[in-house]
Ligand binder design. Sequence first.
Ligand code: FAD
Ligand code: FES
Length: 292
Amino acid sequence: MSDKSHRGTIFVEDAKVLEIRHYPGEQFIMRVAAPKCAAKAMPGSFVHIRCDDTLPMRRPLSIMRANPTEGWIEMLYKIVGGGLRSLSHKKPGDMTNLVGPIGQPFIPSHQRPYTLLLGGGVGIPPMIFLAEHLKDDSRDWQPMAFMGSEIPFPFAAQNSVLPCSWAPTDVTAANPLLEEWKIPSRLATLSGFAGCFNGYVTDLARLWLQNQPTKVIRQVEIFACGPTPMLRAAAALAKEFDVACQVSLEEFMACAVGGCAGCAVEVMTEQGPAMKRVCVDGPVFEATSVFG
Ligand SMILES: Cc1cc2nc3c(=O)[nH]c(=O)nc-3n(C[C@H](O)[C@H](O)[C@H](O)COP(=O)(O)OP(=O)(O)OC[C@H]3O[C@@H](n4cnc5c(N)ncnc54)[C@H](O)[C@@H]3O)c2cc1C
Ligand code: FES
């Protein structure tokens, strides 16, 4: 670890695969035993995982769930190239190795308990982590989650029984985990999936915001993870409604622990523009610092 500030919080662990579930669109949810990582992970944290012993480069994956008591973490990934394809061939009992938890997490403000979680595609995992974190927190959070995908969702969508009076009556599809946790959620797509909102996840968020009274709007904070155009739209929406917004960025990573600067992006700080490393200074940033 080249960055001293992360000593004792980022671990290198051999991790046994406990479970791997396959979903349409070459999407996978993998659970691995990684007790040190599970103990320190926060919503927005990611791991740098070895996909195959023959591949020199690890791949960064967000942590979707972490169970410190049972010592496991879960990741959701979609195959893009050779690394994640190799990872998808693993079976329960196989070993991998990961570095984590890495990165600055989402930090919700107690002054803004109406947390609006927006996840697009493989940006969904940190939103599930954040939802579970808020559920387990004793404070009175009021989370609402919207998830978008143009390929089938990596879970069996459920017809929500949680009231959403503002939503069109045919928009009923929800994430089953959030439904179990009593956190309202709705799904958005342009692909015509049953029960989903026809549009982008940020269009659905706009509809929700338009239906909130001013006193609620003043206490809203948006958290977003997904493709860059979605993050840009989330930042613009936050500006339009004058609400706070944190976004999680993706960059190609070599070391993922702050040593190579290969993941640096320009962000606006109080001192002016500065280069920040997405791996350890992010991946979560204030939306205004990235998108203006
Ligand atoms: C913080 C963070 C969290 C992430 N979380 C998730 C997640 O939860 N789930 C998920 O599915 N994905 C996630 N990603 C994205 C994922 O890590 C990448 O898409 C990864 O490269 C896919 O690996 P692959 O082996 O499938 O494809 P790769 O073999 O990596 O190929 C993907 C494409 O990117 C190009 N490429 C790869 N590395 C570089 C590089 N260093 N420079 C330039 N081009 C390059 C390749 O040529 C190819 O076209 C995350 C990324 C970051 C940074
Ligand atoms: S990937 Fe090396 S500094 Fe971020």
